[in-house]
Design a protein around this ligand. Structure first.
Ligand code: AMP
Length: 403
């Protein structure tokens, strides 16, 4: 049976490492949204809890490193991880010290001062250009902070950065519990999913999703395509799409996906109707199209009620459901109905025993809007990483750790 990584990588796991009393450097993904200096969604902090609790109980000296946002290689106050340290304290119910530097003498001194069972969070890795450039000296500076390295930043393992591939060259390394859980769920999708297996793929960009669509066609029974990317597929089927989102140069690729679905005997469904508008903004007049076609001058902003009905029928029958990408411009409430309906149907299918897996920041945002995150079997913390794994790519952050 083909597995997530090809060839299978042998990854050392945290539970196999002698962490008792050791200084353990953990790469976490604390790239959380901040609003007025406060963490507005702490899901990614909570996702790191199993690893943190394990290390605290093992009386390790815990040194956390992460990136936040895109500060372009120099310090920027709005991307400081300091508020994240405060939010983490509340979640773990223990003090979290903060180091305003992540490399250099002061940072090393701060890391050395951590006592058994205590936690320190270092400042944003991306305040240094060496992080994204995978600079060996920067990686060495980071490696000086610990004796053992734990990779638990699932959202960052598809990047070849100093903290993901540079450190494992220097320190004994393993994967933490979050990365293990993510791999286990994606393996279920790729390995031996309960059937029928339905994948729902949406979002704006066809080009980002082509690899995963092609791979999914080897696995799924049904593929539901929605969101802005669906219009490139509809045009490939010679359906008029008005002024809707289009990646013209991807029309042949879209057609190839549809052709492959016939060969593979996969039911591939495109939107059968749409919410159409003259402009994508709140408060505009919305009309429901009579069929697949979008009238001249109008834009498809969400899947229509008939499409919802058809998609839900497939989801109801499914035993494994994977969803990545919104069905419409969900950020505007008028165009969120399609995505919300998918979330609700998945929650219902989950209650009836289906395995439900959601990846991608936008789909997760829809889940938290609808309060349904807890209802899913698994919410992936890394949209990009989960798509690349499903495509069968070998992720740099994992091959760096494999023995
Ligand atoms: P992606 O990053 O490719 O997954 O795309 C996510 C974005 O797709 C979200 O910001 C949505 O607003 C956008 N989106 C979904 N449906 C549409 C649509 N019909 N037209 C334009 N944008 C869309």
């Amino acid at each position: 049976m083909e597995k997530t990584q090809k060839p299978a990588l042998k990854l050392k796991r945290l539970q196999e490492m002698p962490v008792l009393g050791k200084r353990v450097l953990v790469r976490v993904d604390f790239n959380v949204p901040l609003h007025e200096g406060e963490v507005s969604d702490d899901s990614r902090l909570r996702a790191a809890l199993p690893t943190l609790r394990y290390l605290m109980e093992a009386k390790a000296k815990i040194v956390l490193i992460s990136h936040l946002g895109r500060p372009k290689g120099k310090p920027e106050e709005k991307y400081s991880l300091k508020p994240v340290a405060r939010a983490l304290e509340k979640i773990i119910g223990a003090p979290v010290s903060f180091s305003p530097e992540c490399v250099g003498t002061q940072a090393e001194k701060a890391a050395l001062s951590v006592k058994a069972g205590e936690v320190i969070l270092m400042e944003n890795l991306r305040f240094h250009a060496g992080e994204e450039k995978n600079d060996p000296d920067f990686a060495k500076g980071l490696a000086n902070l610990g004796e053992i390295f734990v990779e638990d930043a699932f959202g960052a393992i598809h990047r070849a950065h100093a903290s993901t591939v540079g450190i494992p060259k220097i320190l004994p390394s393993c994967v933490g519990f979050l990365v293990q859980k993510e791999l286990e769920f994606l393996d279920r999708v790729i390995g031996n999913p309960a059937r029928p297996f339905v994948a729902i793929i949406g979002g704006a960009k066809v080009s980002d999703k082509l690899g995963v669509l092609n791979k999914l066609l080897d696995r799924v029974d049904t593929l539901l395509i929605g969101g802005g990317m669906a219009y490139t597929f509809l045009l490939a089927q010679e359906v008029s799409i008005g002024k809707s989102l289009l990646e013209k140069d991807r029309v042949p690729d879209a057609q190839a996906v549809i052709d492959k679905s016939y060969v593979k005997k996969v039911t591939c469904l495109l939107p059968a109707d749409h919410l159409a508008v003259s402009e994508i903004k709140p408060g505009v007049k919305v009309s429901v199209t009579q069929g697949m076609a979008i009238p001249n001058g109008l834009i498809g902003a969400d899947i229509g009620p008939h499409t919802i009905e058809i998609f839900l029928e497939e989801i109801e029958k499914a035993k494994t459901i994977f969803w990545n990408g919104p069905m419409g411009v969900f950020e505007i409430p008028e165009f969120a109905a399609g995505s919300r309906a998918i979330a609700e149907a998945m929650a219902k299918a989950g209650k009836n025993g289906a395995v439900t897996i959601v990846g991608g920041g936008d789909s997760l945002a829809v889940l938290s809007q609808t309060g349904l995150s807890e209802e899913m079997s698994h919410c992936s913390t890394g949209g990009g990483a989960s798509l690349e794994l499903l495509e069968g790519k070998i992720l740099p952050g994992l091959s760096a750790i494999s023995s």
